[in-house]
Write a protein that binds this ligand. Structure first.
Ligand SMILES: Nc1ncnc2c1ncn2[C@@H]1O[C@H](COP(=O)(O)OP(=O)(O)OP(=O)(O)O)[C@@H](O)[C@H]1O
Ligand SMILES: [Mg+2]
Length: 617
């Protein structure tokens, strides 16, 4: 006997065959054959079996010469014959329904030019102990063997070893007969086989979507529409996709920015408005390519004026009327709040008395340029609003008025006003010398907000705001975020995308995390979707910002996890439940591969960027 012949017949030393199971090394294995299928099932219904580590599905298909429609017609004639003989009304009802379903199916098969395929399907179950193996068998029988689902599975003891050999590279020969008829192969239409196929149906085909990725194992296409909740509301509810927010998490260089840019390309094609916060001033090329408006803050005299009145947004389900949304009073109150937060960031030692004066000064500042707390501001534009120059002038005027009145009653107010006047020197300057914060805060907004309507994109580069002291940076970024959000609110009738890459650079700061959490909650109501990229999962679980971090994460129906460090996977595990298989997958993902959570589904994907798209990034 030559060596090769021996290898084909001899099992490995650690391979033991029992009735009902195989033991190889320290694993217990059972091979079960699909003996019958349900008469009706949804596409991809076997897919749950390949999600875990313990089940493997093996399908063997053979094209046959059989005309499946003819087979079905035979079946149809049998039913028809029974029907003509039956007198029992409930039987007649049941048979008629079956005949109707079959007619539809036959027509569909003819229309689709389905061919007939002999399909042989096995399920492999793997476990560490015999008890565990029996548990898995029970589990699969409960899930798929119930009368509602109706799969019939059997373990054919005599064929177990052969089937296992056939699918294991350890063996050269499986000893099974060539023709697979004895394996209970079932003739079925090619369409039914496609329905059984478990590897392809975790793909996505949103009607208004763009192709962004392929499913990692099957190659199925992922055509994704971030505005699915608006474009297909009923289906969105069913699929647990009630908003359009997306977070992409992955270590450096895994393709987050590229993936975000792919999505943005899709949005541009679909004429959606893009408001883009770019902390590294990296996206100028793409922005200019689509003739968007790129603004580098901290450079070129670019300014956002905190006094711009902004539309009101609320958490309530009800839409606000225009009177409320654009109410001067509500908007001025928001500005007072923002100025207070800004001042407390710029000057942590500012006195309570000075803070208490801000409300009145702001209202008088608006009055000084003819804007009262009555009425609405819908038709006002950036040139109409006051600036910090007006604010300082108002303080000075109030001081003069108080001095003139000579009353001692207002001594405390006077002191507070004087403190503010002193502090304002760093913004509005003194004696002809510019204040050091002036270039960031004092002036009319230089961004043409109507450019969002005309060009479709405003990108704000905030890189230069990261070179200043942390408090100044945070004060400025709050202003930028509020401004960007007001752009999304102001274009409510147009779908808007709020993009925020490198989110970890922002949300580690609690005062920024809190406003981002609010946007994330409200975006849906205002026809906006958010797109955030971050390297750090830890930011979402950071105890300092825990509530807001979790809110940002949990209010995103769409999440992508690219390759993560072990620590990051542990952190992610605090936010969602991950199976062992998913944890393993996460560690092994190669660049631009990820797990895409899309409502109810978790799909392993590989993002697809063309050379042209890559060259624009
Ligand atoms: N789908 C893709 N196809 C081909 N190349 C890609 C793809 N995605 C990313 N790349 C390439 O990988 C590199 C890193 O991608 P990218 O900058 O998007 O990663 P990142 O996760 O944003 O990194 P960082 O955290 O450092 O910002 C880039 O050079 C990009 O060209
Ligand atoms: Mg990046």
């Amino acid at each position: 006997m030559n060596k090769k012949a021996r290898r084909t017949t001899v099992a490995p030393v650690c391979f033991i065959e029992h009735t009902g199971e195989l033991i190889i090394g320290d694993k217990y294995i059972k091979v079960m054959s699909f003996w019958g299928y349900p008469t009706m099932f949804t596409e991809g219904f076997l897919a749950p079996l390949i999600g875990g580590q313990h089940y493997y599905v093996d399908m063997l298909t053979e094209q046959t010469d059989l005309d499946y429609a003819s087979v079905l017609k035979g079946e149809r004639n049998d039913i028809q014959e029974k029907l003509s003989k039956s007198t029992d009304p409930s039987e007649i009802e049941e048979l008629s329904q079956r005949r109707e379903a079959l007619d539809e199916f036959i027509q569909e098969n003819v229309r689709m030019k389905s061919s007939t395929i002999n399909c042989i399907c096995q399920l492999y179950i793997k476990a560490d102990t015999r008890e565990e193996l029996n548990e898995y068998v029970k589990e699969v029988k409960n899930t798929f063997g119930s009368s509602a689902v109706g799969i019939s599975l059997r373990c054919i003891s005599l064929l177990q070893q052969g089937l296992f050999r056939k699918n294991t590279p350890l063996f050269i020969n499986h000893g099974l007969r060539k023709e697979p008829d004895y394996l209970n192969g079932q003739p079925m239409s090619s369409q039914t086989v496609a329905g059984l196929w478990p590897w392809i149906f975790d793909t996505l085909d949103d009607p208004q979507g763009t192709l962004i990725a392929r499913e990692m194992t099957s190659g199925g296409k992922i055509i994704f529409d971030q505005f699915f909740y608006r474009n297909n509301p009923a289906l969105a509810k069913e699929m647990n996709r009630p908003n359009g927010n997306m977070v992409i998490i992955g270590r450096s260089g895994t393709g987050k920015t590229t993936t975000m840019n792919l999505l943005i390309h899709g949005h541009i094609i679909n004429h959606r408005k893009i408001v883009w916060l770019d902390p590294e001033n990296k996206n100028e090329t793409l922005c200019r390519y689509v003739h968007g408006n790129y603004v580098a803050l901290g450079l070129d005299g670019n300014i956002i004026n905190i006094f711009d009145l902004k539309p009101l947004s609320t958490d309530s389900d009800q839409k606000e009327s225009k009177e409320i949304k654009y109410s001067n009073n509500a908007a001025i109150m928001q500005v007072i709040e923002e100025i207070k937060i800004t001042f407390s960031l710029l000057w942590p030692n500012i006195s309570d008395d000075a803070m208490a004066m801000i409300g009145e000064i702001v209202v008088r500042t608006y009055e000084s340029v003819g804007i009262s707390t009555e009425g609405t501001f819908e038709h006002l534009s950036v040139e109409n609003y006051p600036t910090f120059t007006n604010f300082t002038a108002t303080i000075k005027r109030m001081i003069e008025d108080m001095k003139r009145s000579g009353s001692k009653e207002h001594e405390r107010e006077l002191q507070a006003l004087k403190e503010l006047e002193m502090r304002m020197r760093s913004i509005t300057g003194s004696n002809g010398v510019e204040g050091e914060y002036g270039k960031y805060f004092d002036g009319t907004t230089t961004i043409a907000s109507d450019s969002l309507e005309s060009t479709g994109m405003i990108a704000i580069g905030t890189k230069h705001l990261f070179n200043v002291t942390p408090n100044l940076k945070n004060a400025l970024l709050r202003m930028v975020f509020n401004y960007a959000w007001s752009l999304c609110l102001g274009h409510e009738e147009m779908p808007t995308v709020f993009v925020n890459d490198e989110q970890h650079m922002f949300i580690e700061e609690p005062s920024l995390a809190s406003i981002l959490a609010v946007f994330q909650r409200r975006a849906r109501k205002y026809n906006t979707v958010t797109l955030s990229g971050t390297q750090e999962v830890v930011e979402y679980t950071n105890p300092q910002i825990l509530k807001d971090g979790k809110a940002i994460f949990n209010n995103a129906c769409y999440q992508v996890y690219m390759n993560l460090t072990k620590d990051a996977i542990t952190d992610l595990g605090k936010l969602i439940s991950l199976s062992d298989g998913e944890m393993e997958t996460l560690e092994q993902l190669r660049p631009w591969q990820g797990i895409f959570v899309c409502g109810n589904k978790r799909i392993p994907v590989e993002f697809l960027a063309t050379e042209r798209e890559l060259s624009l990034m």
